[in-house]
Design a protein around this ligand. Structure first.
Ligand code: NAD
Length: 333
């Protein structure tokens, strides 16, 4: 209870106006279900659909605006009377492909972030939460990698676009007194998956649906990374941004442990109830151009605030695999 206004914490939270960019995506759609306040979601639906939040839109709990973060004028309209921006919109597919080209990451992830920040400045919005990525560390020589690690030498255009976005957030925050909480996510896994640029688990599930006899795994199978379940990711973001004692802060958000890609392949095969599936490795240390074969983050900073993930990497992968397999069989039947 606030002694001056007599309002409870819940009443105060209900009054907050929040803009979530990329709110129809895998992480965004789970996040908006957990937020209280007046929520506007904007998303261009390039890698998602509004289905996961359709109920919230229909019941007027969420206002949905189909739009693009590359549109500065729209961002200025959407940030009017907003108290907090959770900026998740991005081209989330780390891989380079000739069809995707070399421009998309920078235009959406960096210039899009500039537009969000400029719109916030114009409309005097004072707080941003941002989804960065462990990819900013490149092939770090310090494992587990802490937030203070540098220099940041990106291996992909996606990673450099996130470094650019982080730099813009930090300078806007310093110059115009925004509060800014940047989260460098590990691999976030979920029972939902994006339409474009599938992550490892849905990729394996779909490949095995097509051909249960052989699973092609990119790289030598020894790529070792930390996986975090989407609910843990969201709780971590909300928890650390509320508990941080700084106005500008950067956190790694990951699991303490890590697993190899070949173990993920085995889990997916097992969960699909397949036997005698041959795993074929394409070879090489990295799975694709720009892949970082070992990504293990130091999460002391966020755990010292009191947050811990509920599921470890193995459990997170298994739960996601089960959910994806179930949703695909339901959709097909
Ligand atoms: N999932 C992960 O493992 C992971 C890891 C590190 C960082 N991240 C970051 O977290 C955020 C959310 O990722 P996600 O896994 O939910 O991915 P996602 O692709 O499901 O979500 C991103 C959303 O942004 C939307 N979007 C793309 N371009 C847009 C544009 N120009 N304008 C407006 N909307 C646009 C997409 O349609 C999608 O709904 C992204 O910023 C991503 O880079 C994700």
């Amino acid at each position: 209870m606030d002694r001056l206004t007599g309002r409870t914490q819940m009443e105060k939270e209900r009054d907050i106006n929040i803009l979530v960019t990329g709110g129809a995506g895998v992480i965004g759609s789970s996040l908006v279900k957990k937020l209280s306040g007046q929520i506007t979601v904007t998303d261009n639906l390039s890698s998602s659909s509004s289905d996961p939040i359709a109920d919230l839109i229909a019941s007027n709990k969420v206002k949905f605006v189909r739009g693009d973060v590359r549109n500065l004028r729209l961002m200025k309209e959407l940030t009017k009377d907003i108290d907090l921006v959770v900026h998740l919109a991005a081209n989330g597919d780390v891989r380079y492909s000739p069809e995707k080209g070399t421009k998309l990451d920078t235009m959406v992830n960096t210039v899009g972030t500039f537009n969000v920040l400029e719109a916030m400045r114009v409309n005097d919005v004072k707080k941003i939460i941002f989804s960065s990525s462990s990819s900013v560390y490149g092939r770090a020589s310090q494992i587990p990698t802490p937030e203070t690690y540098g220099p940041l030498i990106p291996e992909s255009l996606y990673a450099s676009s996130k470094i650019g976005a982080e730099a813009l957030i930090l300078s806007f925050s310093k110059m115009f007194s925004f509060k800014a909480y940047i989260f460098r996510f590990a691999n976030i896994v979920s029972s939902n998956f994006r339409k474009v640029g599938r992550n490892v688990i849905p990729d394996f599930v779909m490949k095995l649906k097509d051909n249960p006899k052989t699973l092609e795994v990119l790289g030598n199978g020894h790529q070792k990374k930390s996986y975090l379940y989407v609910d843990d990711c969201i709780n971590g973001m909300l928890y650390a941004s509320a508990k941080s004692r700084r106005d500008i802060d950067i956190f790694n958000l990951a699991n303490i442990d890590s697993i190899e890609v070949k173990e993920i392949a085995k889990i997916v095969i097992e969960e699909m109830g397949l036997v005698n599936t041959r795993i074929k490795y394409t070879g090489g240390e990295a799975g694709w151009l720009g892949d970082v074969p070992i990504s293990i983050l130091d999460i002391k900073k966020v755990t010292e605030l009191g947050w811990t993930p509920k599921l470890n990497s193995m459990e997170a992968v298994r739960k996601s695999a089960r959910g994806i397999i179930r949703s695909i069989s339901i959709r097909r039947s």
